[in-house]
Design a protein around this ligand. Structure first.
Ligand SMILES: [Zn+2]
Length: 301
């Protein structure tokens, strides 16, 4: 099953990451393409398309962070960088999530292919110093590794595993919840980060117990999705409970939690009393997977 933001069609070209001569040559070529990615936003052209420019516009390998995202279907190297080419004073930017409402996020789309770039560029922006000795670290391997020149430590990009689960009961009702930081009417599935020393299945049991005090009887894996805001990997599950109890929101993370039958969610979604997460998210996919078809109303971005 393909979740949104999965199914990149570019070759990650791991063997090219260490080939500094090839990388340098690509950064000087007119065929290779690069895009500016800063603060979670992508550069756009004046007419709103992704601003892919010849890599040669940068006049060589940038001194600011960059990454070889991959090599596309036409064997063109694709880079992302926070460096702005000389002579280009202004650029229009749009946030990745805002663009996801406009540009397709399915298999092989440019945004799907760029999801890794967003995560890597976020990582470079926030991990400039060695966690071992505190010295400034340097990017290497075409942006996929940082190395500390003082102590030699190597630092790999972060991926933070998280679980997200639709919980159903013996009557096939689904449990949806509103987080305390969300506006009224926003409902989604439960979710949480995996802790060290914990399996993803154990994390599902723990999170559901902590957030709504429901015990889970079985857990089945459904699909995963990278969520590069900034670096999560969401493991999606269907969790089943045969407890006949009402959820008790913890009041800290979860403000409201309710069981919904399919008829109830349909009615609540149509009259606007329950708004569901955007189609970019695996939570929406899990909800519609349970429901059996698409549901119309999404919360505002
Ligand atoms: Zn160090």
């Amino acid at each position: 099953m393909h979740t949104p933001l999965t199914g990149s069609t570019w070759d990650r070209s791991e063997e090219s990451r260490k080939d500094e001569a090839w990388l340098s040559q690509q950064w000087r070529s007119d065929e290779a393409r690069a895009i500016i990615v800063r603060d979670g936003a992508l550069a756009l052209t004046a007419d709103g398309a992704l601003d892919w420019r010849p890599a040669s516009d940068w006049g060589g390998v940038p001194t600011q962070p960059w990454v070889l995202v991959g090599v596309d279907e036409d064997s063109v190297a694709r880079f992302a960088t926070s460096a702005i080419p000389e002579g280009r004073k202004t650029a229009h930017f749009s946030g990745f999530r805002e663009l996801a409402g406009i540009i397709e996020v399915g298999r092989g789309s440019d945004l799907t292919n760029l999801a890794a770039a967003l995560s890597i560029m976020n990582w470079h922006a926030t991990h400039g110093f060695c966690a071992n000795c505190g010295s400034a670290s340097e990017q290497t391997d075409a942006g996929w590794l940082r190395r500390c020149p003082a102590c030699g430590s190597e630092h790999y990009p972060r991926v933070d595993p998280a679980v997200i689960m639709i919980v159903t009961d013996g009557q096939e009702r689904a449990l949806l919840a509103r987080q305390t930081r969300w506006p009224e009417k926003w409902f989604s599935t439960l979710a949480g980060f995996v802790e060290p020393g914990e399996s993803v299945e154990a994390a599902v049991h723990r999170e559901v117990g902590e957030e709504v005090s429901i015990g889970i009887d079985s857990v089945r894996y459904v699909a995963s999705q990278p969520w590069p805001f900034p670096s999560s990997l969401m493991f999606g599950f269907h969790a089943i409970t045969f407890e006949e109890s009402e959820p008790t929101p913890d009041g800290v993370e979860i403000a409201e939690a309710r069981w919904f039958s399919r008829d109830e969610i349909k009615a609540a979604n149509e009259d606007g009393s329950v708004l569901l997460p955007p189609r970019l998210s695996i939570s929406r996919m899990l909800i519609e997977h349970w429901y059996g078809e698409e549901l119309p109303v999404t919360w505002p971005r």
